[in-house]
Design a protein around this ligand. Structure first.
Ligand code: MN
Length: 403
């Protein structure tokens, strides 16, 4: 138990302790940890000599601490737990607790490279049915490797950053004579879960699934904003380009891998058995429950435990060719969708490419996003000792296009 006042049902209790970067009243950004409704100022604690700090916490990004490695991560987590649970530390630590309502939460780390996967069988099957109604929904490679593409790191934004509707080439139907230029007419979301690498890897040496914990610092929520009309026209034959690169949003709190140990479950059975470099000797499904809200109203509840390819398999595949990891590399799961309509992770699926409009609780209908719409993605997971781990929220509001 912590001596900090934390609501019984808070998902930011002592078993979570996620890292973020915050700013207060124009002061310099610094690293903190969420506890209840407060942020524990790690730079302040370090200044008081209460935690070890090698230039990690007086920083506008988590990257230096993420690069310090697993031993440093574990030691700091253990120390913070001690500081927040032993009442003897209360007097020294209390001055470094700031109400979360008094701070601005920033993007938690500098993104090095950004990869986006496509690891939900339900999502990939739905998209296959929508775009290739005549063919097999899953292409032949899908159950042999985690399909992915390299995204654009420079446009990964903090939660809350406004999203300007992209402009580009659109093509309404296959029978159309040619494309037109203008604002995206099918602006969409993709509810995803991402992990960030802390410790680099050696060029030429693949990272095995077993080494996942040695390299990966933690998890965030990701909204992979997507322009479906631009995507459908440009992504032939290569993957997404301008339809995804305009913006990706991530949540402010990075939940340590250690905090999600209690959320690990068996993933779906994999048939055919994957090649040896993708095999894991422990279960790495994660029992995260996501919620998608449009203008504050829940529209879907995808579950992450049904993802076909797991995070360690994604990391192993992304490095099997010898491509090395850098601190800050972000890997997103791909849209998280379940078997039912209520578990679909994007509007493309929820409205079946606009053919089945979604009725919002206020009576308005959506096929795709309208200017002014705010989308939020939240998630929770089971934590140690019967607690709940809150991954927080990633949100963004659509602004009109400049074209
Ligand atoms: Mn995506």
């Amino acid at each position: 138990m912590t001596w900090v006042e934390v609501d019984e049902d808070s998902g930011f209790g002592i078993e979570n302790l996620p890292y973020g970067v915050f700013r207060r009243d124009g002061t310099a950004a610094r690293v903190g940890i969420a506890i209840g409704d407060s942020v524990l100022d790690l730079a302040g604690l370090a200044g008081a000599g209460l935690v070890e700090d090698r230039g990690w916490f007086d920083s506008a990004a988590l990257n230096r601490f993420m690069a310090a490695g697993r031993a440093a991560w574990r030691a700091n987590r253990a120390r913070v737990r001690d500081l927040l649970t032993d009442p003897g530390h209360r007097e020294a630590v209390s001055p470094h607790l700031v109400p979360v309502t008094d701070v601005e939460l920033l993007r938690p780390f500098e993104v090095a490279d950004y990869v986006d996967f496509y690891s939900s069988e339900h999502h990939a099957t739905n998209v296959g049915r929508i775009f290739r109604p005549q063919g097999e929904p899953l292409l032949p490679n899908w159950k042999h490797l985690p399909v992915g593409y390299h995204g654009r790191a420079g446009t990964v934004y903090a939660s809350g950053t406004p999203i300007v509707r992209p402009c580009g080439q659109r093509k309404a139907a296959p029978s159309d004579a040619g494309p037109s230029y203008g604002p995206c007419l099918k602006l969409d979301i993709e509810a995803e879960v991402g992990f960030v690498a802390g410790v680099p890897s050696t060029p030429g040496r693949p990272v095995t699934p077993r080494a996942f914990r040695d390299h990966v610092f933690g998890f965030v929520l990701v909204n992979d904003w997507s322009a479906r009309d631009i995507q459908a026209w440009e992504a032939q034959p290569l993957g997404p380009f301008l339809s995804k690169s305009f913006a990706t949003s991530i949540s402010p709190w990075v939940v340590p891998v250690e905090a999600l140990e209690a959320a690990r479950v068996a993933p779906p059975a994999q048939d055919p058995a994957p090649l040896h470099y993708l095999r894991t000797d422990e279960p790495w499904g994660l029992d995260l429950r996501l919620e998608i809200l449009i203008n504050g109203r829940p529209v879907s509840h995808p579950r992450f435990d049904g993802m076909y390819w797991t995070p360690p398999q994604q990391l192993a595949h992304a490095t099997v060719n010898g491509a090395s990891l850098r601190t800050g590399d972000l890997f997103a799961s791909g849209t998280v969708s379940g078997p039912t309509r209520e578990e679909r992770g994007c509007l493309l699926e929820l409205t079946w490419n606009g053919s089945e409009p979604l009725e919002l609780p206020d009576g308005t209908k959506r096929t795709f996003l309208e200017d002014g719409d705010t989308v939020a993605i939240r998630a929770t997971a089971p934590g140690a000792n019967g607690t709940v781990i809150d991954l927080g929220e990633v949100s963004g509001t659509i602004r009109p296009a400049h074209c």
